[in-house]
Structure formats: structure tokens, C-alpha cells
Design a protein around this ligand. Sequence first.
Ligand SMILES: Nc1nc2c(c(=O)[nH]1)N[C@H]1C(S)=C(S)[C@@H](COP(=O)(O)OP(=O)(O)OC[C@H]3O[C@@H](n4cnc5c(=O)[nH]c(N)nc54)[C@H](O)[C@@H]3O)O[C@H]1N2
Ligand SMILES: Nc1nc2c(c(=O)[nH]1)N[C@H]1C(S)=C(S)[C@@H](COP(=O)(O)OP(=O)(O)OC[C@H]3O[C@@H](n4cnc5c(=O)[nH]c(N)nc54)[C@H](O)[C@@H]3O)O[C@H]1N2
Ligand code: SF4
Ligand SMILES: [Mo]
Length: 724
Amino acid sequence: MTTREPAQPETREALSFCRQCMGMCGTVVTLDSDDHVVSVRGDREDPSTLGYACFKGLNASEAHNSPDRILRPLKRMPNGHLEPIELETALDEIASKLAELLESDGPEAIAGYRGGGAFFTSSSVMMLPAFLQAIGSPKAYSSVTIDQSAKEVAVGRLGVWPPGRTPFSRADVCLLVGANPLLSVSANGFDTRNPTKRLRAARERGMKLIVIDPRRTETAQHADVHLQPLPGEDCTLLAGLLHIVLKEGWQDQDFCERYADDIEALERAVSRFSPEAVARRADVPAETLREAARLFACECSTGSAAGATGPDMSPGGNLAEHLIECLNVVCGRYLREGDEIEHPGVIHARHPIIAEVIPAPRWWEHGYKSRIGGFGQFSGELPTGTLPDEILEPGPGRVRALISHGGNPMSAIPEIEKVERAFEALDLLVAIEPSMSMTAQMADYILPPTLQYERADLPVWLWESLASPEPYTRYTPAVAQPPEDSCVRDDHYYFWAIAKRLGLELRLFDEPLDMHTAPTTDEILARTARDAPLPFEEIQSAERGVLLDQEKQFVEPGDPESPHRFSLVPTDVAEELRCFEELLSRSTSDEDGFGYRMAVRRMRDSNNSAGLELPSIKKRVPVNPAFMNPEDMAMEGLSEGDAVEITSRHGAIRARVTADPTLRRRVVSITHGFGKLPRDKTSYEDAGVSTNWLTSLDATARETINAMPWMSGFPLSIRRADDA
Ligand SMILES: Nc1nc2c(c(=O)[nH]1)N[C@H]1C(S)=C(S)[C@@H](COP(=O)(O)OP(=O)(O)OC[C@H]3O[C@@H](n4cnc5c(=O)[nH]c(N)nc54)[C@H](O)[C@@H]3O)O[C@H]1N2
Ligand SMILES: Nc1nc2c(c(=O)[nH]1)N[C@H]1C(S)=C(S)[C@@H](COP(=O)(O)OP(=O)(O)OC[C@H]3O[C@@H](n4cnc5c(=O)[nH]c(N)nc54)[C@H](O)[C@@H]3O)O[C@H]1N2
Ligand code: SF4
Ligand SMILES: [Mo]
């Protein structure tokens, strides 16, 4: 059904979609006569992504056919080397080690971590949580809590508005804080299905764009107003915007009266953030700040503010996200009674959506608490910033085994030396992983998965309404075959097979799995889509997906007597607002020669730590350079390509400096995911360097509530490396 006319003799084409990021770009995959991926191109007829595909997506054939791909299960031998092992033997050994640990230490000794590779595999994304639930372990972790969990903290403290923000398609204005969707294809208040095209169309219908980013990014280049603050100053800036809005009376008075009862408290709390005070601190022109406030709150009446990794990874990230959401509340930038809901759910069941505040749920204050710092759970997971201590800290409940599913926690978690120490201390580390990542290099067992075009799938459904503003989904069959002589499985099999050996029953979506016969991928996907408004077979047979917009859904009226309101300034937020400058001064002080600040960033042609060793990616981005403003380079006497030593309060790295005129002064911007294990002495010249030498898991270098370690906005010093 998905087979097209042959492009060349011996090849055929099949329709599918890319699963390396939230973009979910529709693709045409060329396959040879053995069904191996020859090449990939964007599908111009794709109704959702309109032909877009980036360099990483176009190079997917390389990962599939890479000579370095792990194609058979590997086991660490007593001599320290990883050697091939029969799959069923590996599963027996893993299960028996887990059984032993369960017996001696109980379920809390077994932890799991999910990364990007797991989240973008729809048939397997819920298997690790199901597995941990079956053994009774609360030790579930993922990349989410070292990413943008500040958003969960924000709505958890503020209250939830079930209809959501006014969507991008109907926005007069879009305010982005530390987000670069034109490069990252990562959605939040944006339409990332071919983001450049979608932005252009929105601009043509008159949408205004405001960007707050220390860099004149690909996205900021389209902005009507661009504020270029020092990193780590979003709380300052956002408090300043709120101050102007409330002082000028630009708030949505009706919405505020009805749904927010501590607006005066908010006004008082931000009263000291005058445009001049903000301008001084964040180093932006006061007039541009006023212009941004006027455009967002006065000249436009629909469209919302959204933050991404920039604010969420900086000191005060939880407060920054709270203030972003306050801006939306104060200006009433939410769907109201009678408004159409663009994405009422495809995979997620549809429910009536009511215009009424759900009062601050503060999920993390209920239920299980970690023995490390007393942290609570976020969507069923503990903060990843506490995982290394869970492994290292002696006592009952110590984590002794870790299953890493489609992630590279060794690279992703801050304070790389501590993470290495922690992983060395594990009795068992299992990685479901296709490449020799830093985590795989430390693993006791590596179980190799099929890659994207070798497995049937649905687009990322956990965040389906972020990935597509329309109720759209599609199915792809496995279009390619894994390489000959390989022994790879769709990831879910590994969890099922280990659970079966442990005599456990796995439950997926509240229903038990048959523990006698392994489920097929299609069976799991059908169960995943069981609430979809049409039969799974119809989703399967629609070759470019289905748009389920026949049955419109509208926001239903709330109870006029409802006493529930947003909590704009709950006690902890008030306290953070009162003393965040103190916190920032502590964490971002320019004293002691720390004259620069870190800015996280992504690079177009690499994706976190994945695929960096593939020749085409290696050719484009051999290492992660340290980007600096050319005037700062001149001031430091640095020329293009000079080696520099970059020092934070916690560590130092070396990198080659590259001029980036789009970056404001006093900032060093360098991407994460590169480099080698601390024990590996490969030079930064060959493999780049991990920025997690500069970060820390210490309580003084992370957020409260979600233990989010600071990865941006912290102080740095820089000097030429050869006089180090
Ligand atoms: N200092 C610093 N640290 C950071 C960040 C930062 O900006 N600065 N960013 C943070 C963020 S936002 C994130 S999301 C995390 C990244 O956290 P992770 O998701 O843990 O890390 P990735 O590097 O994306 O690793 C993905 C892994 O999945 C593997 N993989 C690829 N395809 C497949 C597949 O089909 N199946 C399976 N099973 N595996 C596959 C890849 O080989 C790779 O090893 O890092 C965080 N850490
Ligand atoms: N090509 C590519 N795409 C990716 C990834 C990748 O590695 N490569 N990673 C994926 C992942 S895991 C994620 S989470 C998403 C992230 O998606 P985004 O959050 O959009 O990531 P970035 O493109 O790095 O944009 C973050 C911006 O924040 C700015 N910034 C840094 N510090 C601050 C600050 O303190 N305040 C403000 N206001 N801005 C600041 C940076 O200059 C940068 O432009 O991208 C995903 N997409
Ligand atoms: S933007 Fe994301 S989904 Fe689209 S081709 Fe690139 S990596 Fe794949
Ligand atoms: Mo991320």
C-alpha cells in the first residue's frame, strides 16, 4: 500500500515519517531490493509537514546502515570488554540479576531512565513505566526533568486552565522566551510542522512576533521586537513586563476579576521592576521592554507567551515559567467558552473541556517522596537531578540497577564526573541503545533496538497536541528491514521478556498484557490508539495520515459559582519573587572574574548526543565550538578557532572559539551532548567536550521542587588555553 513507483531499478519508495524530534516530518524512504534504507527525502505531498525535512532526518540511512551500529546484544565480560551474547541468554542473566536485587534490596533498588529514543518510539514509550510499576519501584526518571519540567511546576502552582492558551493559528502575537523553534523544531506556542513555512504564513496574516533571547536566532530574525538580555535574567524581564502591563492597566480586567484573585498581590510583588531597573539588570533598553509590553498586551488581544529551554534551564527557571504563565493569565490569553478546540485529542481520549480553573494541584506535594532531598513526583517520575545521589547515597532504597531506555543519561545529566562515579557504583546497568553512547560504554548489557524505519509507529502521542495543532495522526508500518545477521528487536520486547522471566504481569493502559505470547508492535499501537475516534485499521490504512476534524469540539461553560481561581502569588512564589535577585546575584555574579554567562543552545545539524559519530554529521559538526560575540573575542585577544578554557564555579572545559555576531556580548554559548567519558582522554579537538563538566547537581546549583540543575545563565570566565 505504501509502495510507490520505483525511483531507480532495484529500489522502491515507501511513505513514512521521521522520528528523531517533535517535527515528525513526513518522508519518502528509498529502499533497496533487500529493504534496506538507501535514502530519505521530505514528502512534498505530506499534508502536515509540507515537504520539510532537516539534515538529520535526510541522513537517517546512515544511522541504519552504520558499521558502528550495535546489531547484537552485548555483555560486559570479566576482562571489561563488551562481547556479543545470545539474546535469550542476556535476558536470562539480566532477569536473574534483577531478581537477586529485588530479593536483597527490594523494588526501590531498580531504577529506569527514559530519553529521547524512548519518547519517539510510540509502541515502547510506556514499557519502562509499566515495568517499574509491575515490580513496585517508584524510581522512574527521564530527560523531561532535565529539560522543561518548570512548565509542570508553573501550572502546578498557578492552576490549570483545561482549554489551554489561544492557539498559534489564531494568535495576533506570539511571545517566545528562550526558544528557537525554527532551528529546534520544538513546539511550545508554535506550529513546528515545517516551522519556517508556518511562521511565514502567520506573519502574512499579520501575526506579531516578540522574542526574548540573548542571541539573534533564526527565529528572532523574524521578530517585530527582539530583547537580547543576559542569560539568566528572564525573571527580571518578565517581572518587568508584568509591571508595565499592570501599571498601564493593559490587563484583561474581566478575565482577571473572574479567575484571578490576587492580582493586587502580583502588582505589589513586581512593583520594584520598573523598566529602568530591569534595563540595568538584564542589560536591555528600557524602551524596547516597553515596546514589547505594549505590543503584547495593548496592541494585540490574542496570542500567548511561551518559554523553552533558555529560561527553564537557568537559575530561577521555575519562577520564570510561572511569570510567563502569569502574563497569559493577566492578559487573558486562553480559550474561552464557545471557542473551538483545535486539537481535542486523537490518541488521547476526548473529554468535555470546561472554562474553569482547576486550582493549583501541586502534584509533587502528594504521594511518594524521594529519600534524596524529599523531592516529589512529576507525572509519575522523580527528578533526574537526584538520580546520581540515589545511586551513591548509602542506605535502604539505594538504587543498584538502572535500565536506560533510548537515552544517554551519562551525557545528559549535569556534573559528569559524579554521574560517572554513580554509574560505576551500579551493580547492573542495561542500555537499550543502538550506538556506543557514553551510557552504552558503561553498560553491563546493551540490548540493540530496531531503528525508526524498521518499526511500525505512531507520531509522538504523549504530547500530541504540541506536535500538531490539528487532530491529526498517522501510522507507519516498518518500511525497512534491519541489517542482515543482526539480532535487534522493537524495544518493547525487551521489557516484556524480562518481566516474563520475573513472573510479572505488565499492564499497558490499565489492561494486562498477555505474558505467554509477546505482543506485536501493531497490537501495542492498536491498544495505544484504543480511544481514537476511529478504528485503528482506518488509521493504519490512511497512507498520509488522518485528520479527525469532522467532529468539532468547543469549550464548555464553567460553573458560574465556581470558587476556583488562579494562584498568581502563592507563598513560595512570593518568596522567590522577593529574593530571586539575591539568588541570581549568588548564581550569576560577575565578580571574581566571572564576566560571562553561559547560554544553552542547540545546533541545527546535531541532535543532543545522538549520531555525532556518523560521518555526515561529524563532517558538519566535528566538535561543539564555543560561540562568542566577535567584539568580546577581540577584547580577549582571541581569534577564530583559538583554544579557550571556559571555567564555571564547578569545573572547566576546553573548546575552540567561534565568532557569532548574532550573540550578544558577555555570553558564551556552547551546545551539550558532545565529548567523551571523564575516564576517556580523547581530546576536545577530536570529539568536542561535554558542557556537563561546568554544571553541578549540588543543592546550591539547582531549582527547588523539581531539582532542575542550572545549565544556562550561570557565570563563566574565559581565557586562552595555551597560557593555561
Ligand atoms: N548541559 C546540558 N545538559 C543537558 C541539556 C543542555 O542543554 N545542557 N539538555 C537536556 C535535554 S533538553 C535533554 S532532552 C537531555 C537529552 O537526554 P537523552 O534523551 O537522555 O539524550 P540523547 O543524547 O538525546 O540520547 C538519545 C539516545 O537515544 C538513542 N537512540 C536513537 N534512536 C533510537 C531508537 O530508535 N531507539 C532507541 N532505543 N534509542 C535510540 C541515541 O543513540 C542516544 O544515545 O539532555 C539534557 N542535558
Ligand atoms: N537541531 C536540533 N534540534 C533539537 C535538538 C538538538 O539538539 N538539535 N534538541 C531537542 C531537544 S532535546 C529540545 S529540549 C528542544 C529545545 O528547543 P529550544 O528550547 O527551542 O532550544 P534552542 O534551539 O537551544 O533554543 C533555546 C534558546 O534559548 C536561548 N537562551 C539560552 N539561555 C537563555 C536564557 O537564560 N534566557 C533566554 N531568554 N534565552 C536563553 C538560546 O540562545 C537559544 O536560542 O530542541 C530539540 N530539537
Ligand atoms: S525536523 Fe525532526 S522530524 Fe523533521 S526531519 Fe529533522 S529530525 Fe526528522
Ligand atoms: Mo530536550
